[in-house]
Design a binder for this molecule. Sequence first.
Ligand code: GLU
Length: 469
Amino acid sequence: MTVRVRFAPSPTGMFHVGGARSALQNWIFAKQQGGVFVLRVEDTDAARNRPEWTEGILSALDWIGIARGSYEGPYFQSSYAGEHRAAAQRLHEGGRAYYCDCAREDVQARTGPQHRGYDGFCRDRGLSAGEGRALRFRTPDEGETVVVDLVRGEPTFENKLIEDFVIARGDGSPVFLLANVVDDMSMGITHVIRAEEHLPNTPKQQLLWNALGAEPPIWAHVPVVVNEKRQKLSKRRDKVALEAYRDEGYLADAMRNYLMLLGWAPSGDREIVPWSVIEEEFRLDEVNPSPAFFDEKKLRAFNGDYIRALPVDDFVAACQPWLTGTDTIAPPPWQPDEFDPAAFAAVAPLAQTRIAVLSEIVPNVDFLFLADPLIDEGAWAKAMKEGAADLLDAAIVAFEALESWDAETLKATLEAVGAERGLKLGKAQAPVRVAVTGRTVGLPLFESLEVLGRDRTLTRLRAARVRLV
Ligand code: GLU
């Protein structure tokens, strides 16, 4: 039997990191089993779907290593509406489903507000199809449904507790539960690896598989992803969009490594491991079923480690989108012709050790490319205290006299200027740094001044001095 798995996102918003995690798990499982990964876009909810969300999902998958062209699909669920309706029909004809015209209020009036689910009122009324009549699946009164789940063992559900659930709405349109099963069946899916949120659907879906005469798949319900308050990650409250992480400058390698740690860990005391190790070692049956904490701080630190591990040329290449702007990344504050690749290359190694996400490259290097630095007023107030004017005067004179404009000489010079005033180097640096870069923190100052060059450094120091008059 060839293993066939599918990832079946609904294009109703940005691509959720929990979805990306499930996609990667499907992807690896298929690869390990010599199987096939199918991508199916579940786009039947016309009111909530938008084509740009589909495109966003495809491109985010591509970014994370599930490349277009390397999987089967994408299939679009909306193309199979005929099959979904035919399956509903078959279930009705076989006596496994019946039409129902109960309004919710009628059901509640009969059962009382505490009762949950449908009371079976129309089971034996023999209604035929008609406008406003939903089609309900007739669940067995006895027995139990045992779900074989690689992550959770064998969750078992008593059939008598499963209500006669709706499989097609009053307008005839099949619901998600049915469409999803019919597609999995016709696409030959052998393993359904998906988020825990769907576990309550599973016994119902398994009953549908049986009723439609097919062997259900093996399931794996992977843990829900939560924030630091143990709340399910929500797009209203948390940063959940994979695209947002990408555009902020998370590396795909860091991101996918981190996502795979949600509920699982590689062997040994390691977390940062090459993708090939994850592909080899990951086991679905080792996934911890408890909720997995998506720790943004840890991810950030992780990304910093990944950035530092890049060869510097790769780091320079990786920064490009933030140095120029793209469709989804805002352009930097400088004009394209102000950018100097050689100056950037000179400071890149210094920046590489200091940033945790690639977008942070911009505030670290903008002083090199803007005609005037963007002065942060808070930084200015902090650095330009008493004595700053005097220090700047002395630094200007000393720098003007330098024969060699290099980091070491600049440092020794400012150190001497500071010492004459009883200031340690750190204190002496502050006004110079703010005058030149506009900020209190940034790349090592003297290397920055070396790359910025004598003329621009002195112009900025003089301008700051004038402002202090
Ligand atoms: N379209 C469903 C979702 O996005 C997929 C359910 C499944 O994987 O079976 O939640």
